[in-house]
Structures are given as structure tokens and as C-alpha cells.
Design a protein around this ligand. Sequence first.
Ligand code: GLU
Length: 164
Amino acid sequence: MCGIVGYIGPRDATPILLNGLKRLEYRGYDSAGLAVFENGRIAVRRDAGKLVRLTELIGQSPVSGAPGIGHTRWATHGAPSAVNSHPHTSNNGRVVVVHNGIVENYLRLKEELSSDGATFQSDTDTETIAHLVERHMATGSGLAQAARKTFQEIEGNHGVVMMS
Ligand code: GLU
């Protein structure tokens, strides 16, 4: 389990998230990423490696806005790689999730979601959370309610932050 930072407020989330992740570096991690709400869309930057790599990536391809969420990953399911780094996004691009922990029943959930049409981009257990939340929102739940329903479906101990 590694680190999660979230920011809601009037300022640009990007430097706040990077600073927060920096403060969590001592916990150890293999990848880092963030998502911010930028011009009406969720923008994600993430990569394997140290935070300096994420900072470089954002230098090359800046993002700004709020709210935002950030994550340092210690891989349990799926190799440390850009595609397995958090945040993970649902197929419609409207739900983005960072997660510490293990979705113990992710294989069964992944099978069910795949047969229901979800396309998985990563090898992580975490991505199931994004797809489950998207599905609950598609049947009329708001984000909070969709999250609560999802938490009843996933097994294990979790720290999760998400936005839509
Ligand atoms: N199980 C998740 C993964 O492998 C989260 C790992 C963590 O807690 O950083 O991506």
C-alpha cells in the first residue's frame, strides 16, 4: 500500500498533488500518477518510476485544474508500467480512481465486467473499481451512491479516492 492525495478547492490541484505525493515518497512506490478536472474533462498523467518522472511528464504535457487526485503505487497486480499506474479510468472516461489495497475478488469481477462489455486497459485489480462505478452511474446512481454500491461488491481492505 502506498500513497493517495486528493484536493478540492479553488487552486490548481497539480502542484498540490505533486507536493503531497512527494511527502508520501518515504512509504516506497514504483509508479506515480494524477488526474485533474481540466476544462470540463478529466486529464490523467501517470508513469512507472519515481515522482521526478511524473514531474517531467507534466513539464512536457502540462495539466491544471481542480479537483484532483494523486497516487503512488506499490504494484500487487500487474507489473510497474505506465498502463498499470493509477489513476484508472472507466471506459466512458468519466470515472477516475486511485486505490491502495487489493481487490481480492477482482478475477471474478473482471470476468463479469468483460462479459458485460467492459474493456480492460490494465492488468490491475483496481481497474474493476472504475468499471463498477461507471456501471452504477449508468443506471442512475450519483458518484457517492455508485461508490457505496461498489464497496459492497469488492472484497478486501481499501483506501480509494475517485472523481467523476
Ligand atoms: N492493487 C493495486 C495495484 O496493484 C494497488 C496497489 C497499491 O496499493 O499501491 O495497482
